[in-house]
Design a protein around this ligand. Structure first.
Ligand code: NAG
Ligand code: NAG
Ligand code: NAG
Ligand code: NAG
Ligand code: NAG
Ligand code: NAG
Ligand code: NAG
Length: 437
């Protein structure tokens, strides 16, 4: 009797302990701010600065595209066509493709052009906010000293709030085999003065050469859907929540906006849509998040206000980690057929034209109800030569890869709100900037 009742007591006590352990830990999130801003500044340590070839190669590599431009690069010889097609298919499915090509990674080609400050466990890092991926990874002191040189590297041993996720790993790879890999844990991540106290962070213990050479970039903040997160527990995929997923319940609105100036710098704002940053009403378009990307249909386009059907009609994604507006090849071909002196030059990486050319407005459909217009005077990405005689277009073709990637060229002309609550994108046209078309 005594034994059984003390046993019962033991079970009761055990149950209570279990209950206490299972009770949600108090969240110490910063509730004093229901919206916050974080600046996006130019990466001054970018090895080559604004460069059309790098921008083009970066987006092709990120998504494993291998058509037109890449296929014609002389270094790209030795790729199997089947492998190339598979990569494009994998990119469309949201998987990260690993292209084991022979194209050498030159400094600058994968470098982030724009960075934002982030505190991890009280340590400041410069990270690239990327709505085209879902890992929050950073340089860490697990890397060899020679790889760290010039970077800020996160030191878990110096953080009192770090917790290791023992056995968990991450590997994020780009098309050319560049990427990062390492271990996983949680820590307090503070962006714009707002903290998430249990954010999954990924500590690189291996990074590719291109990241080593880009000394200002200490890692990425992925802002796509958590489905794309690459963390695994050693046996299976265990996708982790992004910073945005974690902070969303505390925000006034479940959104973040990308508000870019003509030079690409600007502000990311979480929890609020600044109505003064666009003209007219914001248009809302549902996204299909099943791929993990901020993905939508885009089957129409307009050049100089003349609307046309995009016959390939590939799905499109909104990607703050890409510089260009990468459209189906025929769309780019049609656009530049209206630009005097334009030519598609594989050596340079894509469409170029005399800097003095008059450029028509370009519009791309966002879902079935909205056309996002990029004024002609905001199309040029960069000059190709020092004398500014030849310019590289911000609109380029995807070489038939089957996915359209809408990057900074669009965000400079449109205030875009990423709504994680009802999985939609809000678009508002930004006021026109003065200057020649
Ligand atoms: C593409 O995805 C398929 C299926 O998930 C996989 O078998 C294949 O290895 C991947 N190919 C590449 C090049 O990553
Ligand atoms: C890419 O694939 C090759 C061959 O399968 C492998 O050796 C390499 O480690 C992979 N790279 C990354 C970054 O995953
Ligand atoms: C919380 O927000 C307040 C008000 O902006 C700020 O002063 C404080 O430093 C923040 N605390 C943390 C831990 O981020
Ligand atoms: C913190 O995050 C980890 C990984 O996502 C999770 O296993 C753990 O339960 C979380 N802890 C708290 C207190 O929320
Ligand atoms: C999503 O939310 C926004 C802002 O709250 C709202 O205006 C819009 O109509 C919603 N969109 C969809 C597709 O449900
Ligand atoms: C969403 O996209 C997936 C493929 O990425 C497709 O299978 C599915 O039909 C799409 N859903 C809708 C509602 O369009
Ligand atoms: C070329 O354009 C850049 C950027 O607008 C400017 O800084 C530079 O002075 C120009 N160079 C010449 C030779 O006009």
């Amino acid at each position: 009797m005594a034994a059984s009742s003390s046993l019962r007591l033991f079970f009761l006590a055990a149950l209570m302990v279990a209950f206490v352990l299972a009770a949600p830990a108090p969240t110490k999130r910063n509730l004093s701010k229901r919206s916050f801003k974080v600046p996006r500044t130019l990466n001054k340590a970018h090895p080559r600065g604004l460069n059309g070839y790098d921008a083009m190669r970066k987006v092709y590599m990120k998504y494993g595209f291998t058509g037109g431009f890449i296929a014609e690069q002389k270094n790209g010889a030795g790729e199997s066509v089947a492998g190339l097609k598979q990569n494009a298919a994998n990119a469309t499915n949201g998987a990260s493709a690993n292209r084991t090509g022979t194209v050498a990674a030159n400094p600058g080609q994968n470098a982030a052009l724009f960075l934002s400050p982030v505190s991890v466990g009280g340590q400041m890092l410069n990270l690239d906010f990327d709505s085209g991926s879902s890992d929050l990874w950073m340089f860490s002191t697990d890397l060899p000293q020679a790889s760290i040189a010039g970077h800020s590297a996160y030191d878990a041993s110096k953080s009192t709030t770090f917790k290791a996720m023992t056995g968990s790993k991450f590997t994020i790879s780009y098309g050319d085999g560049s990427g990062a890999a390492g271990t996983v844990g949680t820590d307090v991540v503070n962006i714009g003065g707002v903290s998430v106290d249990n954010q999954t962070i990924e500590l690189a213990n291996a990074v590719s050469q291109s990241f080593i050479q880009d000394t200002n970039t200490d890692g990425l903040v992925g802002l796509a859907f958590s489905k794309l997160n690459t963390v695994n527990d050693g046996t299976k995929k265990t996708p982790q929540k992004t910073f945005f997923d974690n902070v969303m319940p505390n925000l006034d609105l479940p959104v973040f906006t990308a508000d870019l100036d003509p030079d690409g710098t600007g502000v990311y704002e979480f929890g609020k849509i600044d109505q003064t940053k666009f003209v007219g009403q914001m248009a809302w378009i549902p996204v299909n998040a099943s791929s993990g990307f901020w993905q939508f249909d885009s089957t129409k386009f307009a050049v100089g206000g003349v609307e046309m059907t995009n016959k390939a009609g590939s799905k499109a994604i909104a990607d703050t980690g890409t510089s260009l507006l990468l459209v189906d090849q025929e769309v780019a071909d049609t656009y530049y057929s209206k630009v005097q002196g334009a030519q598609n030059n594989a050596q340079v990486g894509g469409y170029i034209y005399p800097c003095g050319a008059t450029l028509p407005d370009m519009a791309v459909a966002i879902g079935s109800s909205y056309m996002a217009t990029i004024p002609g005077n905001q199309i040029t990405f960069a000059a190709v030569d020092k004398a500014n005689t030849t310019c590289f277009g911000g609109v380029q073709g995807n070489g038939g890869a089957g996915l359209q990637i809408y990057g900074d060229v669009m965000f400079k002309a449109q205030l875009v709100a990423f709504n994680g609550g009802n999985q939609s994108l809000g678009f508002g046209a930004k006021p026109p900037v003065p200057g020649k078309r």
